[in-house]
Design a protein around this ligand. Structure first.
Ligand SMILES: C[S@@+](CC[C@H](N)C(=O)[O-])C[C@H]1O[C@@H](n2cnc3c(N)ncnc32)[C@H](O)[C@@H]1O
Length: 462
């Protein structure tokens, strides 16, 4: 299998409900075997989302839960395997060893059961290697304390991120880098956005309380101002089918930090965009922010995405929510598709490293390469520059990325402002780190890492 050309978008999110498989699922050896397939594929450069999509439906939840747990401890597991077996075994056997080691370091499984089941998985898939798997894992159990003490000296093992990523965070966030790395190891909350065309957020909270999905204490939280989001964080994740009115479009799943975009752009000028305002959502798929814009205001939205397959998800989302936009499969950096009529507002949720959403995508840190960041910055510059002439004077452009790296955030905006004297920075959130409870601590809304910059176009051009 070949490495994907270049990461340009966060994968769609497999939900992360548990670090152990649901009751009544398949035997552990079978899930470990599938987990080793997934870990081997990620190590070869494949997205976990794509890999999981290829598994049989009955295996998927269990394999996913194990793979999430393993990828969160892959740095530690790799360092341990290196100590125990300096010459890496064949890729699948290696991935099986790494999976068992990672789970033995941090999961609810009994470590002896884990070893027995890993050996069973090896016997069924790679019999000659089963002796090695047995010997290595039993040695780990015997020498665990000393081995852990040794490998924890290495930051990659301690923080479970690549060295370049850790160094970049240290440079960008000298005070917060460790907290960001620790936050990336957490399971994210399931956060909802009530469709305000179908009722108030308070009314939807009440329905969640009645369905036993939200504690009653959540009803007393104050409503935020109109230009602020009102996300609902559930204490436990549930399948979307269990959310009241999901199929009827009463609610969507969207991280708290992502819910900032639509109200911020709609109220950018100090008053809401008027009905019929022309808005471009330039990198729209899968359509979370497009839908939010349309839930909040009667806008004429053009939703663009370069990936036609992902664009079908925008149409599905809009159709479930009963909303309408013009959807276009096109490259935002080459606006040949533009009809020449300026937009009143533009949302650019640019392709990025997805370094802010590592909790939901534990594979991302292992898939990215340091060189990707400079390439992504070039793409971000190109799209920003290409879209600027499409904005009418006096209009606003909201640039955002789900990245915690300054190169993909403030640095892009500083460079843009240097190049475009008709652009002005407006008050906006800037970098949001996954460590700051910036939305509503009472509701435990610790959002993903994000960057937001709002720009306005002066009426006199440069
Ligand atoms: C961060 S995701 C957008 C998420 C989306 N705004 C949402 O809230 O659901 C970035 C998107 O940019 C798209 N993309 C990448 N390069 C692009 C380009 N040159 N023109 C338009 N879309 C592009 C990717 O296909 C991906 O869907």
């Amino acid at each position: 299998m070949s490495r994907p050309a270049r990461p340009s978008r966060p994968p769609s999110s497999p939900s992360d409900q548990a670090s152990s498989p649901p009751p009544g699922s398949l035997p552990l050896w079978q899930l470990l075997s599938g987990c080793a397939d997934a870990v081997a594929a990620v190590r070869q450069g494949h997205s976990l989302t794509d890999v999981l999509a290829e598994r049989r439906p009955q295996e998927r939840p269990g394999v996913q839960a194990l793979s999430f747990a393993v990828l969160r401890r892959l740095g530690m597991a790799q360092a341990l395997r290196q100590k125990l077996v300096p010459k890496a075994p064949q890729a699948w056997v290696d991935a099986l060893l790494l999976s068992a080691l990672a789970l033995a370091c941090g999961s609810e499984y009994n470590e002896h059961t884990l070893v027995d089941q890993a050996v069973e998985a090896a016997k069924r898939r790679a019999k000659p290697a089963s002796g090695l798997v047995n010997a290595v894992l039993r040695r780990f159990l015997r020498e665990r304390a000393e081995l852990l003490a040794t490998v924890e000296q290495d930051p990659v093992a301690r923080f479970n991120h690549p060295a370049w990523w850790i160094n970049r965070l240290k440079k960008d966030w000298p005070e917060h880098w460790q907290a960001i790395l620790m936050a990336n190891q957490e399971q994210p909350p399931m956060t909802l956005r009530a469709n305000q065309r179908h009722g108030t957020v308070a009314a939807y909270r009440q329905r969640l309380v009645e369905a036993g999905l939200l504690p009653e204490s959540d009803l007393s939280a104050e409503q935020p101002p109109v230009n602020q989001p009102d996300p609902i964080a559930l204490p436990h994740g549930v399948p979307v089918g269990k959310l009241p009115g999901f199929e009827q479009g009463d609610v969507s799943v969207q991280d708290a930090a992502a819910q900032i975009a639509a109200p911020l752009l709609i109220h950018a000028g100090g008053h809401p965009l008027p009905a019929g305002a022309r808005v471009l959502d330039a990198c729209a798929a899968p359509g979370g922010k497009t839908a939010h814009l349309l839930e909040l205001a009667d806008l004429d939205v053009t939703a663009l995405d370069a990936d036609p397959q992902r664009l079908t998800r925008v149409n599905e989302t809009l159709s479930r929510l009963g909303l309408k936009a013009t959807t276009l499969a096109a490259d935002a950096s080459q606006p040949a598709w533009w009809d020449g009529k300026p937009f009143d507002a533009i949302l650019l949720d640019a392709p990025c490293s997805a370094s802010g959403i590592v909790r939901r995508h534990p594979d991302v840190r292992w898939l990215r390469r340091e060189s990707d960041i400079a390439a992504l910055a070039q793409t971000q510059d190109a799209i920003l520059q290409a879209l600027w002439p499409l904005l009418k004077p006096g209009g606003h452009l909201l640039y955002c990325t789900c990245s915690v790296f300054k190169t993909e955030g403030q640095d892009r905006i500083d460079a843009f402002l240097q190049r475009n004297t008709d652009a002005q920075a407006c008050p906006s959130p800037g970098h949001l780190l996954p460590v700051v409870e910036y939305l509503d601590p009472a509701r435990h809304n610790r959002g993903d890492g994000f960057f937001y910059a709002l720009l306005s176009k002066t009426t006199q051009g440069a």
